[in-house]
Every structure is written in structure tokens, then in C-alpha cells.
Write a protein that binds this ligand. Structure first.
Ligand code: RRO
Length: 311
């Protein structure tokens, strides 16, 4: 039984990797991931210029997951491009997460990447829930369609996937799939955190985090059923050549396996990676290997989308 996985024509030692945001903001974080048993890594979402993010206490563990309103703190696109292009393979097997605050900003980010010799995969984050005054872009279907039209017209050479927010209605699964199916999108990554949740700290009777009056993205165990639903719903609706990454609520090998059954070829770990750090990939690789072996699969690819459904 092997965990070796193919994704976008690349070969990875494992389908597991970090989710953008947690422990992936500095070169030191990324080096730890690079030397870990994760199959790949993605950077913190980068913007054209560095950002400090939202002020105050902005991430809190919760009983079954986490809440965050980080507000896109990052070292700026140039920092991540410099790091990735200095790697022996120019980052060919890695993912650069990026975002912008307007269409012009998004296109400027991609222009800088296209002008560089980064050889990896671009993950366009259409779903950050924590920027005051800026909605999660993918909830605006017309704006998403217009952006992707420009992106693929101007930068056909980029290998690009999209990080999506959770959708909660079949009409919305249909709508986002109809848009994505028109473009040479390489993959989808579902889901970003459940936007604008809220938690009351029982010790203080106050919100668990400070920015935005306490509203923040919910991750961890709370997110798993919604992540499975989104991966499954998009797997049923997207062109066969659009791959899927599954993210949301991964704590065990069983969680990884469930996302694979629903259609994910790679799986990201965000909330649980925070406290456990890179040893989590050793544990999850072993747990995934055990479950795939017990189910009779020789490799990960054979299990992708193999949910048992009544005929
Ligand atoms: O930085 C954040 O506040 C953040 C981002 Br960009 C994102 O995509 N998802 C999230 O939960 N937090």
C-alpha cells in the first residue's frame, strides 16, 4: 500500500498537506513543512504588500475546533515568491496562496507571479471571511465569473486552483460549478472556514476573539460535515479534469479517508495542525495508510470518489 499520490501531473509522497493560514507564514514555518512527512505545502495567503492583519486577540481554540479573524496577516507576495523560487525545483510541487482586495488587485498579484519563475501551483483565495468591508468573493457569482474570465484570458500559463467558501444550498453548488466548468481551473479547494461564526467565552461572557465584534471563521470539527458536503457536491458537478482538494475538520485518518471518498485527491489540515505541528503528518499518514489497507486499496488514487452509494 502506498500513499504516493498524483495531483496536476505531479507526484507527492502523501496526499496530506497543511491548509493555508496555520503555521505557514514564515520561511521557517515553510521549511518545517518542507522537511516533514506532508506531501506538499501551501503558503499563508499572500497579498501584494505585507499586512499586519486585524489587531487584538484574533484566534481562539474552541471545544470542537477554532475561531479566527486574523485579517490576512502575511509578509507580502515578494517574500513568498523569493522563498519558493529559491527552492531547488522553483517551488514546482508547492502551492502559493494569494488574494486581492479588488479585481485589479487580484490581477496585479497574478501578473507578479506570471513575471516570476515560480514553477508551482497558484491557489486563488476567493473566500477570506475576515476583512472588514470585503465580502467572501465567491459568494458573489457574477464577480467570480468576471474575475475568472480576466484571469484565464490574461494568464493562461498559470496553473491555478480556487479556495472556496462553504456553500449550503444545491442551487449554490450548481451556480459555482457552472462558472468553474467554463474555465481551465485546475482544481478546487473546499472549504475555507465557516465564515462569521461566533463563540461566547464562558469564563468572561465576552466574544472569544476581539476583531469584528467577535465574528470569525470557524474551523476544526465543526466544519467537517460541511466540508464533506462541498467536496461531494462539487465532485458530482465539476468537469472530470478539475481536481479537488478537501479541507475541513481533519483530525484523524478517518477524516482524511472520508474526504477522499467524497472526491478529494489531496487533503489539507488547518486547525488541528496548529497545536500538533508537523508531527501530525506522521500520525495522519499512518492512520490513513492503516484504513486504506484495511479497506483493500492499493493506493490513494483508487479510493478517490469511491463513496458507496445505492445504485
Ligand atoms: O487571514 C485570515 O483571517 C483568514 C483567511 Br485569509 C482565510 O482565507 N480564512 C480564514 O479563516 N482566515
Amino acid at each position: 500500500m502506498t500513499l504516493t499520490t498524483k495531483f496536476l501531473g505531479r507526484t507527492y509522497s502523501s496526499p496530506l498537506m497543511n491548509g493555508a493560514g496555520v503555521r505557514c507564514s514564515t520561511a521557517g514555518d515553510l521549511e518545517k513543512l518542507r522537511h516533514s512527512s506532508a506531501g506538499s505545502f501551501v503558503t499563508k495567503t499572500a497579498t501584494l504588500t505585507p499586512r499586519a492583519g486585524n489587531p487584538g486577540h484574533r484566534m481562539s481554540p474552541l471545544p470542537y475546533g477554532s475561531i479566527n479573524s486574523m485579517g490576512l496577516p502575511n509578509k507580502g507576495l515578494t517574500y513568498y515568491l523569493d522563498y519558493l523560487t529559491a527552492l531547488p525545483d522553483h517551488g514546482a510541487n508547492n502551492f502559493l496562496s494569494v488574494a486581492g482586495f479588488s479585481e485589479a488587485d487580484q490581477l496585479a498579484v497574478l501578473a507578479q507571479i506570471a513575471a516570476n519563475d515560480f514553477a508551482g501551483i497558484v491557489e486563488l483565495n476567493l473566500s477570506c471571511p475576515n476583512i472588514p468591508g470585503h465580502p467572501q468573493l465567491a459568494y458573489d457569482f457574477d464577480a467570480t465569473d468576471a474575475l475568472l474570465d480576466k484571469v484565464f484570458t490574461r494568464f493562461p500559463q498559470l496553473e491555478l486552483g480556487v479556495k472556496l467558501p462553504p456553500f449550503f444550498d444545491p442551487i449554490h453548488f450548481d451556480a459555482i460549478a457552472r462558472i468553474l466548468n467554463q474555465y481551465p481551473v485546475k482544481y478546487t479547494n473546499s472549504i475555507n472556514s465557516l465564515g462569521n461564526g461566533f463563540f461566547v467565552d464562558p469564563q468572561t461572557d465576552a466574544p472569544a476573539i476581539e476583531p469584528k465584534g467577535g465574528f470569525g471563521g470557524i474551523g476544526g470539527g465543526y466544519a467537517k460535515p460541511t466540508a464533506l458536503a462541498n467536496v461531494r457536491a462539487l465532485h458530482e458537478r465539476l468537469r472530470d479534469d478539475i481536481a479537488q482538494i478537501g479541507t475541513g475538520g481533519v483530525q484523524t485518518g478517518r477524516d482524511v479517508y472520508d474526504l477522499i471518498l467524497c472526491g478529494a485527491s489531496m487533503v489539507q489540515v488547518a486547525t488541528a495542525f496548529g497545536p500538533e505541528g508537523v508531527p501530525i503528518f506522521d500520525r495522519l499518514n499512518q492512520e490513513l495508510q492503516d484504513i486504506l489497507t484495511s479497506k483493500g486499496y492499493a493506493d490513494v488514487t483508487s479510493a478517490v470518489g469511491q463513496l458507496h452509494v445505492a445504485a
